[in-house]
Write a protein that binds this ligand. Structure first.
Ligand SMILES: Cc1cc2nc3c(=O)[nH]c(=O)nc-3n(C[C@H](O)[C@H](O)[C@H](O)COP(=O)(O)O)c2cc1C
Length: 208
């Protein structure tokens, strides 16, 4: 493809390359993430669009190893309880949900299968009474993950984080009763380069 076509289609565009190169990373170096980078990532989250410009997000940032591990342990217990309630078919289905290649099995052997020993965990909450919040928070978290990638960091969104509300560790965050955890984003210097999980291409209808 000629350079001019690349430019027109954005194939050489840094933003698009960043989007294409982001992966859910589940193995991190123990290297500390500088505070200034965390602030930049949070600012990128704040720049997300939100319904009625409500900016419903609130960020709870954990950087202390011990705290992260003890919260992870409690969430793991709740996760196991939830999995135990499922039938065998559902268990296989939920495992397959995470697994896209044989390499993905490695994260089950990690001591921390919730936060994957990430040096930074950002819980993102939203008010319970905002029907658009899950969409807004999704956009906010994607902004953070792309910002992280552009700064030489890696990330992983963690839905299991919502189980913190079923653990005694929820008091560590000091959440109000009016907000709910929507997602957590792990940030750190990646220690793996996961393969691209092929995207489905049969989901577009151009209407004439
Ligand atoms: C809402 C949401 C929740 C997720 N929850 C988890 C999770 O709890 N644990 C985990 O390891 N990955 C989690 N992921 C990451 C996905 O498994 C991952 O994005 C998907 O397999 C595609 O891989 P990629 O991000 O590398 O393209 C979550 C992703 C999203 C969007």
């Amino acid at each position: 493809m000629s350079n001019s076509t690349n430019e027109r289609t954005g194939l050489l565009n840094e933003v698009i390359q960043n989007i294409n190169n982001r992966r859910a990373v589940r193995k991190f170096k123990s290297k500390t993430v500088e505070r200034i980078l965390i602030e930049q990532i949070l600012n990128a989250g704040r720049m997300a669009p939100s319904a009625l410009n409500k900016q419903p997000w609130r960020f709870y940032v954990l950087t202390e190893k011990e705290s992260i591990h003890s919260i992870s342990k409690e969430i793991a217990k709740v996760t196991v309880k939830h999995v135990a309630k499922l039938g065998i078919k559902e268990i296989v289905k939920s495992i397959l949900h995470y697994i896209h290649s044989p390499k993905d099995f490695s994260f089950f052997s990690q001591s921390d299968f919730v936060f994957h020993d990430a040096p930074v965990v950002i819980f993102v909450t939203a008010p319970n009474d905002n029907e658009w919040a899950p969409i807004d928070i999704g956009m906010c978290c994607q902004n953070m993950m792309l910002a992280a990638k552009s700064l030489g960091l890696d990330s992983c969104p963690v839905g299991l984080s919502k189980f913190i509300e079923e653990t005694k560790m929820v008091s560590r965050l000091g959440l109000s009763k009016k907000e709910t955890v929507q997602l957590a984003v792990l940030i750190g210097y990646g220690d793996e380069v996961p393969e691209l999980k092929e995207r489905k291409k049969d989901n577009v209808v151009f209407i004439n």
